[in-house]
Design a protein around this ligand. Structure first.
Ligand code: SF4
Ligand code: SF4
Length: 366
């Protein structure tokens, strides 16, 4: 398993997390699934369960390992009606559900306390002013929540909360289809707005945990893919993990075997992981002309890491002071580009890297 450090904390988080929004108690072995995830080195769990009955089944596998060896996201606003997931903004109900979940699972505290699913301005205003945000802060003061977080599908809302400050992580719906589809049924926000959000999060040292890495499975089949081409499971995961600020891709599973499919990410060849090659044939991807750091253009004859150079430059422009240092520490710099054009021909997103390398070299002075 690969780990990524929480930017504002010491937690080392597994790049693959487990979401419990699919497994159904009585049908699937929820306890076995969580135990299987822990055995495989998955230490990050989103506890927004689809069914209330799942919570009681989490206690046994979590009790088998030290509490400090795994991390949880628990949501303030995910409640239940007749055992099924139901969204609520009723303060008492939110508090009672949250505390009950902590007790039933035996976890004692949650690593991340999430303001749940804020997608609209009016709702954001409600959450911030009608006691829910205050409840989260109080729970943090009491040590019941270790880090404040939120979940949203809307980049404009995420940006507002990042500007508000105080959050260490947010859960965001992110995948190649959502990023390249303009404001629509599946995704909110324009492509550039989403890209800027990821960069802003990285600059502010706020981590992203990703929901919907496979677009609910639609991205895995050409017939259903919103961009007209199918990515494999490992390409979806690689795409997500290549975005700035992302620490973990939370993948849903009902069976342990599905986890093994996710773990192929670590043994797949570069060709198998090359989502850029597939996306070059996407029917609905806009002509971005902007680097997404996929490195599909490699190898550069001058050994430039084109994706990383672009990433550090974008971060520096966003005000990340460390980005300049990271750039200068690279073995090869933009000034070494010999204008050969190999990367320009290979780039699925039509980036003019020759012009870009000159711009970057002038900016960093190397
Ligand atoms: S220039 Fe194009 S192919 Fe190369 S890393 Fe950027 S987006 Fe990917
Ligand atoms: S144009 Fe520059 S960055 Fe691109 S492959 Fe050639 S030398 Fe490398």
């Amino acid at each position: 398993m690969q780990m990524r450090k929480l930017p504002q904390g010491d937690e080392q988080i597994s790049v693959i997390g487990l979401g419990l929004g699919i497994a159904k108690p009585g049908v699937d072995d929820v306890s076995g699934l969580v135990a299987g995830a822990l055995e495989r080195g998955i230490n990050y769990f989103d506890l927004c369960c689809a069914y209330e009955g799942s919570y009681a089944l989490l206690e046994a596998p979590f009790a088998e390992v030290p509490r400090s060896s795994f991390f949880t996201q628990l949501h303030l606003g995910a409640t239940y009606k007749n055992g099924d997931y139901a969204f609520s903004r009723k303060l008492e109900k939110i508090r009672d559900t949250f505390m009950r979940e902590l007790e039933i699972t035996g976890i004692g505290y949650t690593d991340f306390g999430m303001l749940h699913c804020i997608d609209e301005e009016k709702d954001l205003d409600y959450v911030l002013t009608k006691g829910i945000y205050q409840l989260a802060q109080d729970l943090k003061t009491q040590g019941i929540i270790r880090h404040l977080g939120f979940s949203t599908h809307n980049p404009a809302i995420a940006r507002k909360l990042l500007e508000l400050g105080g959050f260490d992580l947010f859960m965001f719906s992110l995948n190649a289809a959502f990023d390249f589809q303009q404001d629509g049924e599946l995704a909110l926000g324009e492509t550039s707005e989403r890209e800027e959000l990821y960069r802003l999060a990285e600059a502010k040292k706020v981590a992203i945990s990703v929901m919907k890495p496979f677009a609910g499975g639609q991205l895995l089949k050409a017939q259903s893919s919103p961009i007209g081409v199918a990515l494999s499971v490992v390409q979806c995961l690689k795409y997500v993990l290549d975005r700035p600020a992302v620490v973990t891709a939370i993948a849903g599973a009902a069976k342990v075997e599905e986890l093994d499919d996710y773990l192929k990410l670590f043994t797949a060849s570069e060709e198998e992981l090359d989502y850029g090659a597939v996306m070059a044939h996407a029917t609905q991807a806009p002509n971005l002309k902007r680097c997404v750091y996929c490195n599909h253009c490699a190898p550069c004859p001058k050994k430039l890491n084109v994706g990383l150079i672009n990433k550090y430059y974008d971060l520096a422009l966003m005000g990340d002071n460390l980005a300049r240092e990271h750039y200068l520490n690279l073995e090869h710099h933009a000034s070494e580009c010999n204008d050969c054009g190999h990367c320009v021909k290979r780039c699925p997103f039509k980036c003019d890297q020759i012009a870009r390398m000159h711009e970057i070299a002038a900016y960093f002075g190397r």
